[in-house]
Ligand binder design. Structure first.
Ligand code: ADP
Ligand code: MG
Length: 269
């Protein structure tokens, strides 16, 4: 897809929410897989020491010799950290628990907020001809998440359709604003996607109503339903699109990918 109005190089999206268990990793894997199936070349960067995106895409622990830790803190060839997945359009830089110490090791580094930014913009990246880079953030607003926001063009926020869903959002928006004021003035909010939506539950509907009233067009039209196939797929080390292409979860992530690809510009924070 060549769009002359779009900047060259991949569109870099940080998938962030400081709350755990809201669907960041699930969205990273399945949105990445859906974009890849639509013909986009996609790199997932696992920036969570839990390494769930790596596991969910079949990268065994013993095959994680070089990870995002080395990408950030050591000189490493991209070819050594970027690993293939079962879909030739989908690649991943895995993570291990080593990354949990990076947050502290980074503090004394004068380029601490820019390490991921610089790593993803090295010229060797051009050889991968990527369309999208999706960064799976840890459940915290720590220096790793700040690195993701500094590296990214936009932030995509998964919001679990449950009580108090909107509560943590102001803290997240504050961090985005801080990053805009300091390191990345062009950072945009790609959008908020409601996850684990249960149409039979009034609460889900209420959360959707609140989110659309408060956030307007920031909220993706596509809702990701709560679907058991989505939660089963990682234990088979594939996306839900490969695990059960006809499931409601797979269909929803395909729709989300379409919506994302056709979205013109993300809004300012
Ligand atoms: P996070 O990365 O934000 O911590 P995860 O993506 O790991 O969250 O999701 C948390 C849990 O919820 C996981 O067990 C995952 O399988 C499950 N889950 C996420 N999205 C769905 C969904 N749409 N339907 C059912 N289960 C889901
Ligand atoms: Mg996660």
């Amino acid at each position: 897809m060549s769009d002359p109005t779009r900047p060259r190089g991949p569109r870099i999206i940080a998938i962030a929410n400081q709350k755990g268990g809201v669907g960041k990793t699930t969205t990273t894997i399945n949105l990445g897989a859906a974009l890849a199936q639509a013909g986009m070349r996609v790199l997932i960067v696992d920036l969570d020491p839990q390494g769930n995106a790596s596991t969910g895409l079949g990268i065994e622990a013993e095959d994680r010799e070089f990870t995002t830790y080395e990408l950030l803190l050591e000189e490493i060839a991209l070819g050594d950290v970027i690993q293939p997945t079962s879909d030739e359009n989908l690649m991943i830089i895995p993570a291990t628990v080593d990354l949990s110490s990076a947050d502290i090791e980074l503090i004394s580094n004068e380029k601490r907020s820019f390490l991921l930014h610089d790593a993803l913009r090295q010229t060797a990246m051009d050889g991968y001809a990527l369309d999208y880079i999706l960064i799976d953030c840890p459940p915290s607003l720590n220096l790793l998440t700040v690195n993701a926001m500094v590296a990214a063009h936009s932030v995509l926020v998964p919001l679990q359709s449950e009580f108090f869903a909107l509560e943590g959002l102001s803290q997240l928006m504050l961090t985005i604003r801080e990053v805009r004021q300091t390191a990345n003035p062009n950072l945009r909010i790609e959008g908020v996607v409601l996850t684990m939506f249960d149409a039979r539950n009034n609460l889900s509907g209420q959360v959707e109503k609140d989110a659309r009233e408060n956030l307007g067009d920031l909220v993706f039209r596509t809702l990701i339903p709560r679907n058991v196939r989505v939660s089963e797929a990682p234990s088979y080390a594939v996306s839900v699109l490969d695990y059960d292409p006809n499931s409601r979860g797979a269909q929803a992530y395909k729709a989300l990918a379409e919506e994302l690809m056709h979205k013109q510009t993300a809004v300012a924070a």
